[in-house]
Design a protein around this ligand. Sequence first.
Ligand code: 5GP
Length: 179
Amino acid sequence: MLDKDIKDLKVLIPEDRIQSKVKELAQQIENMFPSDEDIYVICVLKGSVMFCADLVKYIKGKVRMEFIRISSYGNETKSTNNLQAIDLTLPDLNGKNVIIVEDIIDTGLTAKFLVDLFKIQHKPKTLLFVSLLNKKCARQTKIEPDIYGFEIDDKFVAGYGLDYKGYFRNLPYIGYFPN
Ligand code: 5GP
């Protein structure tokens, strides 16, 4: 049984703020690439599904979408440092423009794993790490996203793709459970 109810979730970032930020980030990304070059957007499932889907809608350009799946939290609300690569199947990205799209950067371990992997295995021409949320204060690595939407405190958040025990991903806003 789920021990939290949607009524317990306090809104942290409302839908309209998310949407205008996503448009802003898309514009920033669009301006970074020549319009005739392919941009490979890598959606890191499952958490970045909403953010990535919205982001690509606002990028005018030759966008190609790819999906990988990683799990780091399991059913916990703290990073377990136990990263599980579930599916990393990708096409040849050698010499391509690549954007890794994440929902949130917390300890930074997932980001570091992905950036190292892409640099070593795929050798892209350009590699950008984009995250909607940035929990700067929880960082355990030196890595920072190239572009991010909102800096947040070290609290567990859910909604807009981010889950609590598999629930709340469908919400159009981001919330947290007050203690
Ligand atoms: P990191 O490796 O930076 O510690 O964590 C990255 C992953 O942990 C994210 O992609 C996300 O799946 C999960 N995560 C980190 N913080 C939160 C949070 O506050 N809420 C939820 N639902 N997931 C989180």
